[in-house]
Design a protein around this ligand. Structure first.
Ligand SMILES: Cc1cc2nc3c(=O)[nH]c(=O)nc-3n(C[C@H](O)[C@H](O)[C@H](O)COP(=O)(O)OP(=O)(O)OC[C@H]3O[C@@H](n4cnc5c(N)ncnc54)[C@H](O)[C@@H]3O)c2cc1C
Length: 471
């Protein structure tokens, strides 16, 4: 990108930014990370209060690449354990395995529902054989593979609720990346030929820190960056980028009420694309601004409720598709690590998807806590007598990039435009508008560092872009 650059500024201290910064620092570069929050980790950060450790929703650390799993263990420096995942769907006061198991659906919803599901499935397959059904949106993708009954019962209701838009307006990309079974027949096969060593429904292993919540990973990166001479500036809000002739010359950030300019040879941004583009100022063409304006994020309102009991359910998380209930998922961090709460206590994190400024976003914390508690009591999951004082609420605005039917083209317009700046790279979940996992963000950070450090032909934009199951 430039001749032997030695300095790099990383905008945003989430996992993508930290992973890139750590690679630069261990290779002798002068690294500065600028992070708006007073801690690193981004969406995968944790916070502690009164002996409890909280994450921003459930975070399961796992990669399909052994090399990356080993890397996580190194960064966590011995502070990790394997967990056997349990996550289910709770609906009509019954638990369903996730991914779906045929036997489980029959016992919980009855043979007639299962019969209707198969009938629908064969109708859809026959229709598809006569005239192929295009995978042009989430609803079409699911109905073609699972039939309308299962779409209405599980996939459609949950997705509509969590994303807040009709499933016909959601890209099929998302289905391919988030649904593990190929179709209903694949579900049947997976139910019948269940691996012998599978002792519980839906068991798969993942990594989780023994102490400190998932945020221990980000703090591990921070420790390594500092060890290798890098600098991490927290409570530093990047407000604009200065440029000259297609090069970024400085990142202006605000800290303690004062503006500072950070100069370097290379700038790696992991901030949301929708924030980065306006930071470039008047040089941005109108069509680029229009593409930026068309991108939509969904936020989450998290309600954290402390409980005077050892365990609420054995699950790491539970999906709640029923549309009259605001909460769409709950998680219990003590099932990830007992260290997350004092002995004999647990807590539940209830998530409500929301858009900045909507009714949930602007409700008071008391109203949200009350709503979450009422929802869980109504579902029969919570006994109000177990609730301890000290519940609280947090809001995160850039939680989910929404894969609507136009997002691909809009993201392409923005990433192409940014290539016009020779020393700027935008990466990570927010910087590529990519609905990926933690391992994808780390891989994106590594790919960017490799490309620059080794002048290697690595394309970070391809990570988490394929139609493959993410887990
Ligand atoms: C509820 C929920 C559950 C999840 N569960 C899982 C899971 O089970 N497993 C899994 O692998 N992944 C999970 N994920 C995804 C995972 O959290 C993210 O993919 C990953 O943490 C993203 O890292 P990132 O660095 O790419 O982005 P981010 O974490 O968003 O980092 C961007 C950083 O930029 C900073 N920033 C923004 N604006 C500015 C500014 N102006 N100046 C300075 N800094 C700025 C932000 O504060 C943030 O730290 C989950 C996500 C959510 C929301």
């Amino acid at each position: 990108m430039t001749e032997s650059p030695q300095t790099v500024t990383v905008l945003g201290g989430g996992l993508a930014g930290l992973a890139a910064a750590q690679r630069f620092a261990e290779n002798g570069w002068k690294v500065t990370v600028l992070e708006i929050e007073d801690h690193v980790g981004g969406l995968a950060s944790s916070f502690e209060q009164d002996g409890y450790t909280y994450d921003h929703g459930p975070h399961r650390l796992y990669s399909n690449l052994d090399e990356l799993n080993e890397h996580f263990k190194t960064v966590l420096d011995g502070n990790w354990d394997y967990r056997d995942r349990l996550s289910r769907i709770y609906m009509r006061k019954k638990f369903f395995d996730y991914p779906l198991k045929v036997g489980n659906v029959v016992t919980s919803l009855g043979a007639w529902t299962m019969f209707r599901s198969f009938l629908d499935y064969f109708v859809a397959r026959t229709r598809n054989a006569i005239k192929p059904i295009a995978d042009d949106n989430f609803e079409a993708w699911i109905i073609k593979r699972f039939g309308r009954t299962l779409y209405e019962l599980f996939f459609g209701t949950y997705t509509r609720k969590a994303w807040g838009i009709p499933c016909t307006q959601i890209s099929a990309d998302w289905a391919a990346q988030r649904i593990s079974q190929l179709d209903l027949w694949d579900t049947v096969k997976k139910t019948i030929f269940r691996p012998k060593n599978e002792v519980r429904s839906l068991v798969s292993k993942f990594l989780y820190p023994k102490t400190g919540g998932i945020g221990a990973l980000g703090r591990g990166y921070e420790r390594l960056i500092l060890r290798d001479g890098g600098t991490v500036v927290t409570s530093a809000e990047v407000v604009r980028l200065e440029s000259e002739g297609g090069r970024i010359t400085g990142a202006v950030y605000r800290k303690d009420g004062t503006e500072h300019v950070q100069r370097s040879d290379i700038f790696v941004s992991t901030m949301p694309l929708t924030l980065l583009i306006p930071m470039l100022g008047d040089v941005v063409p109108a069509e680029v601004t229009a593409a930026k304006d068309a991108l939509v994020h969904k936020g989450i309102v998290f309600a954290y409720v402390k409980l005077d009991r050892e365990q609420l359910t054995p699950d790491h998380w539970i999906y709640i598709p029923e549309e009259h209930i605001a909460v769409h998922r709950i998680s219990e961090f003590t099932n990830f690590s007992k260290d997350c709460a004092p002995d004999g206590k647990t807590m539940v994190c209830a998530e409500i998807t929301s858009t900045k400024g909507d009714a949930y976003w602007t409700s008071t914390d008391e109203q949200i806590l009350d709503l979450a508690k009422r929802n869980l009591v109504e579902l029969g999951l919570l006994d109000e007598r177990d609730v301890l004082p000290g519940g609280f609420v947090r809001r995160v605005d850039y939680a989910y990039p929404i894969y609507d039917l136009t997002y691909r083209g809009n993201v392409r317009t923005l990433t192409q435009y940014l290539k016009g700046f020779e020393n700027l790279v935008s990466t990570g979940r927010q910087g590529l508008f990519r609905y990926g996992n933690m391992d994808h963000s780390v891989a994106m950070g590594h790919a960017v560092a490799k490309r620059i450090l080794e002048d290697a032909a690595v394309d970070h934009e391809q990570i988490a872009a394929a139609e493959e199951y993410f887990g």
